[in-house]
Design a protein around this ligand. Structure first.
Ligand SMILES: NC(=O)c1ccc[n+]([C@@H]2O[C@H](COP(=O)([O-])OP(=O)(O)OC[C@H]3O[C@@H](n4cnc5c(N)ncnc54)[C@H](O)[C@@H]3O)[C@@H](O)[C@H]2O)c1
Ligand SMILES: O=C(O)C(=O)C[C@@H](O)[C@H](O)[C@H](O)COP(=O)(O)O
Ligand SMILES: [Zn+2]
Length: 362
């Protein structure tokens, strides 16, 4: 199947190219720039499923090395980062070397971080291979790694030179991973575009063909927000809707050695934070129910019964959006609209967690 997207051109969108089957735009890019060497970062799955397609089409006289990491969030840490810095050093990567991040958000986050710090910064491009990285992780210039079980605690704001999207990579992506990326798309609709949300919830059976026509809308929403506020001083915080509580849940699962997918955590976080938006009188009960019931259609209940509220609160206190020791929530003010830097009543945060736990019985 041939996939095509249309874009409203913004600056970031101009950096995104949908690859032809022969990867001609990538080859043009490699010919036009004078890189000294190429390092291709993959994980074990993108090595198996995506690298053969890239190498089968990539035309360059430059030498290249493959850097492979194990798959999974547990690898997005300082140990792996250190290994990658060491390998680059041993292989004498210089400042004109290029890193190609071929993978999901773990590869693009960590590869971007390695590139933006090695020798104070070398160039990198992202070739996202998951839905989540195509419509979110690869395009906003946030790079980073987890610290202990705290999500993305160390990182940089650094743009890739280019982002090359090849939708056919999604054909080998497991269903759960597709669903994980879909959560970020739902978030884009909820914070910025009611019709995007309404179109997405019309998709009853999540599959690649059904989702692909909507990816460009998500990319546009994310790009427009990032362009206005790259360093997350204000409106970019809306992209964090569902993540304040979502990241806390993801972190606790990671700490227990039971990692869940980022999008699964965000889906649970969006349920809690939609209910919290209602408790804080920002949206109607009807809208919060609509949002919650629709998210529940796609995502199974996450068992958070063993997580103590105080452990969740302690993680909330370390959220990166916070200022003056206050937790700054990004909450919905309507379907398609989001406020940020909102301070909630402690009781309402507790109520939203208790509310989520009751969904277990439905
Ligand atoms: N920087 C940002 O703005 C941003 C945005 C959202 C999420 N994130 C981060 O992204 C990460 C999650 O990204 P993700 O969901 O892509 O996870 P991931 O990178 O772990 O990839 C998910 C799984 O799919 C496999 N995979 C990747 N492409 C495949 C393909 N084409 N076929 C078969 N298997 C494939 C991977 O090996 C992995 O097992 C989290 O760490 C999250 O914090 C960052
Ligand atoms: O691009 C952003 O800004 C986002 O918040 C997008 C999120 O989907 C993403 O998970 C991001 O990595 C979260 O950022 P963090 O600063 O809360 O770690
Ligand atoms: Zn996210």
């Amino acid at each position: 199947m041939q996939y095509s997207f249309t874009f409203n051109f913004t600056q970031i969108i101009k950096m995104i190219t949908i690859l032809n089957d022969n990867f001609s735009q990538l080859n043009d890019f490699l010919h036009q720039k004078s890189f000294s060497k190429i390092f291709i970062l993959v994980d074990e799955n993108t090595h198996e499923y995506c690298l053969p397609i890239l190498l089968g089409n990539m035309e360059t006289d430059l030498g290249f090395e493959i850097l492979e990491i194990e798959a999974g969030e547990e690898m997005k840490n300082i140990q792996t980062t250190n290994q990658l810095w060491e390998i680059l050093t041993e292989m004498q990567a210089d400042r004109k070397a290029l890193i190609i991040n071929l993978g999901g958000g773990v590869v693009t986050d960590m590869g971007g971080f390695v590139a933006s710090t090695y020798k104070r910064g070398i160039q990198f491009i992202n070739i996202p291979t998951t839905l989540l990285s195509m419509c979110d992780a690869s395009i906003g210039g946030k790079t980073g790694i987890d610290l202990m079980h705290y999500k993305n605690m160390v990182g940089t704001f650094a743009f890739p030179e280019q982002i090359f999207i090849y939708p056919k990579f999604l054909e080998t992506l497991p269903y759960k991973e597709l669903r994980s990326g879909f959560a970020e798309m739902l978030k884009h609709g909820l914070i910025a575009d009611k019709s995007h949300w309404e179109n997405l919830i019309q998709i009853h059976k999540l599959d690649v063909d059904g989702i692909i026509p909507h990816i460009n809308v998500s990319m546009n929403i994310k790009s427009k927000v990032v362009e206005q506020d790259f360093h997350e001083k204000n409106i970019r915080k809306t992209l964090n809707f569902g993540h304040t509580i979502g990241h806390a849940i993801e972190s606790l699962c990671l700490e227990q050695g039971n990692p869940i997918l980022h999008g699964e955590a965000v889906a649970a976080g969006m349920i809690c934070e939609a209910h919290l938006s209602y408790l804080e009188k920002l949206i109607s009960e009807e809208d919060s129910k609509n949002i919650i019931e629709n998210i529940q259609r796609y995502y199974p209940y996450l068992d958070i019964t063993d997580f103590k509220d105080e452990d969740i609160f302690s993680l909330l206190l370390n959220d990166k959006k916070n200022t003056d020791n206050k937790v700054n929530f990004s909450l919905l003010s309507a379907i398609g609209s989001c406020v940020f830097d909102h301070h909630c009543h402690q009781k309402n945060i507790q109520k939203s967690l208790s509310f989520y736990r009751t969904l277990n019985n439905i």
